[in-house]
Design a protein around this ligand. Structure first.
Ligand SMILES: [Zn+2]
Length: 127
């Protein structure tokens, strides 16, 4: 067998992105091309580069509360701690939490969805 040839055939298994790269930079877990995300935390139906289907592997519904609720609790605790430590003007708080909350929730959802997606793809022997 020539060097670098895998038993999976012509699918390139080297250079596949990890969970963080897939979640944060939107790299396809199969081919490594950009474009995994359709919206802030929505997977595309299928990869534009390799055609891998993602839509049916996307976790949806109440299971995502397990991700959003702990993040929400942590954000509330962080805001209470911050308010205890320094008394910031209201406009600063609105600007700060207006940025931190969506970034934290979307980031957590992307990471959780990527973990589930990759586990489901591996279970289906698609990775
Ligand atoms: Zn792809």
């Amino acid at each position: 067998m020539p060097n670098g040839e895998s038993p999976k055939g012509n699918r390139n298994t080297k250079g596949q992105p990890g969970i963080t790269q897939a979640a944060l930079f939107g790299l396809c877990p199969c081919c490594g091309q950009r474009g995994l995300w359709d919206g802030p935390a929505n997977l595309v139906d299928r990869c534009n580069a390799c055609g891998q289907e993602f839509g049916r592997f996307e976790p949806k519904g109440r299971g995502l509360y397990l991700v959003v609720l702990p993040v929400t609790v942590l954000l509330i605790l962080a805001s209470l701690k911050l308010d205890e430590a320094v008394q910031l003007p209201v406009w600063v708080l609105v600007a700060l939490w207006g940025i931190v909350v969506p970034v934290a929730v979307i980031g957590a959802l992307r990471i959780a969805k990527t973990i589930v997606l990759m586990a489901r793809l591996q279970k289906g022997k698609l990775l």
